[in-house]
Design a protein around this ligand. Structure first.
Ligand SMILES: O=C(O)C[C@H]1NC(=O)NC1=O
Length: 242
């Protein structure tokens, strides 16, 4: 099968680490391709960034559809553009926050989210509510490291401390990593923190792989039917749906 992991920001180094995380759990017969848009923000840390990332994300979904891709992961913790992507794609589209929270809910009474900037915590709560995970989500904590500074070697200790503090404060049984850019730290953090640490990239990859294995596609009727044909003008002219 052929699945695509889309990093909705435009930082190729982050796309590479995301793809590596997805490939770690993919089955031998699963081709995993990591991609990012050629237009949009270098990182997504606000509603503004998220809004400007969605057109490029959707362009990658459209390209995947033309190339026969069977399922998609939206590798950004805000799950940006998830509903629009589900209208466009024939196969399943899974967000990393959605998958990570669901996986964490299987492992204990409650989990804590550790994300980047505090300003994104509200979005994480919105998603927990949308996915029916509020009763499992003990709290959302920020390590106050900007997304593009996660690659700093000093970041991993700050994040590990934030994870330990979250478990101690919340009494939580698991940690959900609140950024795709933390994917390569998951094993280290699991060892450091002593509770299960879930990387949403891996969780979403396995969810898409399972759905495609079961030959389950998104529903083609109702809310997630294909977008209605119409003309788009200006920068979005290429988005015209015939
Ligand atoms: O919301 C965040 O801070 C994390 C989110 N931003 C990003 O560029 N990739 C992400 O996973």
């Amino acid at each position: 099968m052929r699945i695509r992991v889309i990093n909705p920001n435009t930082t190729a180094a982050m796309t590479a680490l995301i793809e590596a995380s997805a490939k770690l759990v993919a089955a031998p017969g699963t081709l995993v391709e990591g991609v990012n848009p050629t237009m949009g923000p270098a990182s997504i840390e606000s509603h503004y960034d998220e809004a400007l990332a969605v057109p490029g994300l959707l362009a990658e979904i459209a390209r995947g559809e033309a190339e026969g891709v069977e399922g998609y992961i939206i590798a950004c913790f805000g799950d940006p553009g998830l509903d629009a992507a589900r209208e466009l794609a024939r196969g399943p589209v899974i967000g990393i926050a959605e998958a990570a929270m669901q996986y964490a809910s299987h492992l204990g009474r409650k989990f804590s989210v550790v994300t980047t900037l505090g300003r994104t915590a509200g979005r994480a709560w919105d998603l927990a509510e949308r996915y029916g995970m509020e009763r499992f989500c003990a709290n959302v904590h920020a390590c106050e490291i900007p997304v593009l500074e996660l690659e700093d070697p000093k970041a991993r200790k700050v994040i590990a401390d934030a994870c330990r503090d979250a478990v101690a404060a919340d009494g939580s049984d698991a940690i959900v990593l609140g950024c795709a850019g933390m994917a390569d730290l998951c094993e280290y953090l699991s060892d450091e923190v002593g509770v299960p640490v879930i990387d949403g990239v891996a969780a979403a990859t396995l969810t898409v792989q399972s759905l495609v294995t079961m030959k389950l596609r998104k529903s083609g009727r109702g809310e997630f039917a294909a977008p209605l044909p119409k003309r788009y003008v200006g920068l979005l002219a290429d988005f015209g749906i015939e």
